[in-house]
Design a protein around this ligand. Structure first.
Ligand code: SAH
Ligand code: SF4
Ligand code: F3S
Length: 470
């Protein structure tokens, strides 16, 4: 039992003062070490998108500065933080399941601190449900409160408080967050936070607030440092990178001018803002992958309008055609929602036609999930989930048929692959510029390097070949 064995110094009128708080926490983790022979261990797990994973890396950074170390095993942990996603109902259910599972752990180890944060935690009704029905949770904080993690921990450890922090006041961007990154090869670099688009099905603008862009100089410096440290892939992140306030193509050009052996990816792009200038910038660049993740969501203009997406399928196809007129084989991937309220089977078939027409190297498709508080949740929906599930399978079948033809364009060709780890069918695996999985044989010592692989065979999930040059 470690909570409370340290008598806290007087707290200034209940207001926690930055530095003295972190100093006390450092002392606390030092004493923990003296008592237990190891530092307190934190288990931090991020659900959802890369933005969330990046936030999780910043939370770990903060914890590491006050003396925590990390574990992948909840049984070993002294602090568990679940960084959650609210984008679809099943994402939320997974979290409730996980928190329920921690109840016994807390009973066995009462000093364990359990925290829930992220997009789902930002929702008032979720926080209320946890307050009432999940007593094992000590800490709930939303997407604006990350920077205050250590202060909240202080209050839990010293004042034995249960904390709910859904404040939306802190919209400042902290440019100097220390991060403990999960990978030594690939790095996430958020360039903006929040979203202003309010697609009618989507919860993100409600849980992430309005768009805020980082200063270009700060982004460029971060990337420069990552490249210096040996990172080989930089993934720029934003809900809609094309509305980066200081100009996205300009930012890309500046980052592209950094010397070194690395590639740049980014996501997501909103088709309403994807310009010819963006495509030209990608094609003319040295480091940017010739690939665009461009979610079209639905193939019918009526449905797109009801989704408030603000482009037509014709607009979308113009971008695709422009990119491919400039560079044959320019790769597209996309997100699709099946069964938006009121979508008819004929309208769904238009989505299938777009897939056929464009030829996507990968699609991420989801059955529509009702999010309360969004405008689409109020729309009439006459199609049941079973039918929507059948449509989704139809879509995946269509994609599977397309993919073999699409992937055959690589046979006999050399592709550049960043080696990421051990393969499923062959010794090693990695991704090519198009973000397609490539497997090949080779020594593990080349993990983290770029190699050329000559493609000999394909499956519907990967390309297979032999290294031609390291
Ligand atoms: N900002 C990104 C998307 C972030 S959410 C963009 O606009 O491209 C990732 C994907 O989840 C979306 O592209 C969409 O396809 C899906 N999604 C979002 N809300 C959803 C919902 N209510 N039901 C099903 N899928 C949803
Ligand atoms: Fe959601 Fe639309 Fe914003 Fe993407 S652009 S996060 S889908 S509201
Ligand atoms: Fe990402 Fe899920 Fe939040 S997709 S922005 S973690 S709702």
């Amino acid at each position: 039992m470690y909570i409370g064995y340290l008598v806290p110094d007087a707290i200034d009128g209940g207001v926690l003062v930055g530095d003295s708080v972190s100093e006390k926490l450092v002392r606390y983790t030092d004493l923990f070490f003296e008592k237990h022979g190891h530092r307190p261990l934190a288990y931090v797990y991020s659900y959802g998108c890369q933005q969330n994973v990046s936030d999780g890396e910043k939370l770990k950074g903060q914890l590491s500065l006050i003396g925590y170390e990390f574990t992948d095993d909840t049984e070993q942990a002294d602090l568990i933080i679940l960084n959650t996603c609210a984008v679809r109902e099943n994402a939320e259910n997974t979290v409730y399941g996980a928190v329920g599972g921690l109840k016994h752990l807390k009973e066995r180890k009462p000093e364990l601190i359990i925290g829930i944060c992220g997009c789902m935690a930002q929702l008032e009704h979720v926080a209320q449900k946890i307050r009432a029905s999940y007593r094992q949770v000590d800490l709930v904080f939303g997407t604006f409160a990350y920077g205050d993690l250590y202060k909240m921990l202080y209050d839990i450890i010293y004042n034995k408080k249960r904390i709910f922090n859904l404040s939306e006041n802190n919209t400042d961007i902290n440019e100097s967050f220390y991060q403990v990154r999960d990978s030594k090869i690939k790095a996430f670099v958020p360039i903006m936070y929040g979203c202003n688009n309010f697609c009618t099905y989507c919860i993100v603008p409600y849980v992430r607030g309005r768009e805020r862009s980082r200063e270009p100089q700060s982004v460029i410096e971060e990337v420069r440092k990552l490249v210096e440290d040996g990172y080989k892939e930089i993934m720029l992140l934003g809900q809609n990178v094309n509305s980066y306030s200081y100009g996205f193509p300009e930012l890309l050009k500046s980052i592209d001018s950094i010397d070194g052996d690395f590639r740049i990816r980014f996501m997501s792009s909103h088709p309403k803002d994807a310009s010819k200038e963006l495509i030209d910038t990608i094609i003319e660049s040295r480091h940017i992958c010739k690939h665009l993740h461009l979610p079209f969501q639905a193939g019918s203009d009526r449905v797109l309008k009801a989704m408030n997406r603000r482009y037509t399928i014709d607009d979308y196809l113009k971008i695709v055609d422009y990119a491919r007129s400039k560079r044959q084989g320019f790769s597209f991937t996309t997100d699709i929602i099946v069964g938006f309220p009121g979508e008819s089977y004929e309208e769904f078939c238009q989505t299938k036609s777009v897939i056929k027409r464009v030829g996507f190297d990968n699609i991420y498709s989801f059955v529509y999930s009702k999010r309360s508080g969004t405008p689409a949740a109020e729309l009439e929906d006459n199609t049941d989930d079973k039918t929507k599930g059948r449509w989704l399978r139809e879509l995946l079948l269509e994609q599977r048929e397309n993919i073999m033809t699409l992937f055959s364009r690589f046979i006999g060709k050399d592709v550049r692959v960043l080696v990421e780890g051990r393969g499923r069918q062959m010794q090693l695996t990695g991704k090519n510029d198009e973000n397609i999985i490539v497997e090949f044989d080779g020594d593990e010592s080349i993990i983290g390097e770029f190699v050329n692989v000559r493609i000999e065979k394909t499956a519907n999930w990967a390309l297979f070949g032999t290294i031609t040059k390291e």
